[in-house]
Design a protein around this ligand. Sequence first.
Ligand code: GLV
Ligand code: MN
Ligand code: MN
Length: 411
Amino acid sequence: MADVNPAAIGARAEQMINTLGSVSAEPNRLLRTFLSPAHRGAANLVTKWMVDAGLTVSEDALGTVRGTLAGSGAKRLLIGSHIDTVVEAGMFDGPFGVVAGILAADHFAKAGRPLPFGIDVLAFGDEEGVRYSATLASSSACAGHFDFSTLELVDADGVSLAEAITRYGNNPVDIPAAAYAPGIAAAYVEVHIEQGPVLEYRNQPLGVVNSIAGQTYLNVEFLGEAGHAGTVPMLLRRDALAGAAETILTAERMARDTKGEVVGTVGHINVPAAASNVIAGNVALTVDIRSGSDTARNAFVDGFKKEVREMADRRHLGLSITTTRNVPTTPCDISIQDGLAAAVKAVGGEPLKLSSGAGHDGTAMAKLCPIGMLFVRCRGGISHNPAEYASPDDMGLAVAALIHFIEGFEP
Ligand code: GLV
Ligand code: MN
Ligand code: MN
């Protein structure tokens, strides 16, 4: 690794992150949803960077940009992350993994000596699930596990996923071609900001992920009776919003009671006919439940549903609970963890192992091949927030570690 200069690579990474961070659907905040014009802008930029790095670039039906560096053998090491964002996002969640992959591939392209395996850098477009409730569509397609029923899902404007793919310039008929042929993908590795405070607290720039938490997403809908805020006595109301409020607090209380084993979040609530002088007749909300333990998560979900049902009966509310996502905990491959730990040591770090509470494309890619993740310290552990930040020095070390990992990788 004598010719790797982490400080110079980190400065390049920061420049690329800032450039990508300016590609947004809105002028005053970062928003790039799956298959939107902003996604197209980001994909074009990533394509240009890949071409400049000497990679052969293609795009699949789900918009995943794939930059290939050929090796002497047929197997490929896949390195990727996502370029879609949450609403009012930070610039690092996702894009840094793509940038890290491009910078590492650039290093090997410049070295001019083929590796014994190829490298594919993948820029996925559907990790955050902001536009469509089924997330990880793009990485699932690469893994050969795309759920074709999700083509009928519609976004907030009524545009189906199939139509969005067409408007983006691709064809849903080509989705099967996005899948890797069995045996070609040797492993999938993702570099990502930690999105939590552990590395900063432990004063370490890098960490090795041992698992990605399992997730359950519920859509909870209450049906009460709309009424006049001034005339209906309190005891005669069937207030759907009051039921929703109790549900939010139930999720919080139950998760707190697990003492860190499970986290539960209501991040979205919809009151379709909201007005200050109307008792809400209909309210829908989402519940995001995660844990590193599938047993604990499943027990939580059962207990939570039971409490919400009892509460809805007590309030005489109609209730429907739909599970929109149910993903088990994804373990990271032990030999990839070992390889990444050796790489972290090689760049002067202490290879802390930590689990990821955030979801990642690795969950989908694990259906294709062994996966691993390298985490990078982020300031204050802040993510899904415009204040998200990783230093150029830490990003440079992460890319240097990734290069070291690739040098030692045996497919
Ligand atoms: C994505 O960032 C998620 O963990 O929800
Ligand atoms: Mn992410
Ligand atoms: Mn995210």
